[in-house]
Design a protein around this ligand. Structure first.
Ligand SMILES: *[C@@H]1O[C@H](CO)[C@@H](O)[C@H](O)[C@H]1NC(C)=O
Ligand SMILES: *[C@@H]1O[C@H](CO)[C@@H](O)[C@H](O)[C@H]1NC(C)=O
Length: 171
């Protein structure tokens, strides 16, 4: 009887281990490298402030942006369009350099991952490298996890912001 009791959980544990191993073996890691292009001035701005709190807080704490930015293969504004970055971006810093809490859907419209998307969540700043979590995905990126790292480039054309992105996706 004592033997039977200890055997049962071990068998369950073994099954769990086998399932977990099978899942780990099936997942692959994809590295994507692309550029994010935002036009924040009119006309045809791809980013708008839907809540502008600069009258009550000069630093813009509490402002909320909605963006429909372009993902392109390169840093040039006429390089190949490969998707959109559609996001909600509140300003979350009371003081210091501006910080944002970005909830963004990267939706790919070209190439191998056309029709697939990544959901990325995390804090962002305009200076230095920013790392954020990939919390899910659709299409070829179903069940995705991983991270993105991005840096804004200096010397972007007037009214534009351009960032270089690397995404490491386990899916
Ligand atoms: C704005 O978009 C319209 C329609 O796509 C286009 O005709 C126009 O050239 C654009 N203007 C600028 C400054 O990009
Ligand atoms: C991407 O997929 C859509 C929907 O299936 C299709 O209409 C479009 O032609 C594809 N684009 C490219 C560049 O393959």
């Amino acid at each position: 009887m004592a033997y039977y009791c200890s055997f049962k959980p071990s068998l369950l544990f073994l099954l769990f281990l086998l399932t977990a191993t099978a899942q780990a073996r099936n997942s692959i890691t994809t590295h994507l490298h692309f550029f994010f292009h935002e036009k924040y001035s009119s006309p045809n701005a791809t980013a708008i402030a839907v809540v502008n709190s600069t009258t009550s807080n000069p630093r813009g704490f509490g402002s909320i942006w909605v963006i429909d930015d372009e993902l392109r293969e390169g840093s040039s504004i006429d390089s190949k369009l490969i998707g959109r970055a559609q996001a909600m971006v509140p300003v979350v810093s009371l003081s210091g350099p501006p910080a944002f809490l970005v909830l963004v859907d990267f939706f790919f419209t070209d190439g191998k991952f056309n029709g697939s998307s990544l959901m990325v969540l995390g804090r962002a700043t305009l200076e230095g490298a920013t790392e954020r979590s990939i919390i899910g995905g659709t299409g070829k990126f179903r069940m995705a996890r991983g991270y993105t790292i991005n840096t804004f480039l200096s010397g972007a054309p007037e009214g534009r912001a351009i960032a270089e992105y690397d995404a490491y996706i386990v899916h």
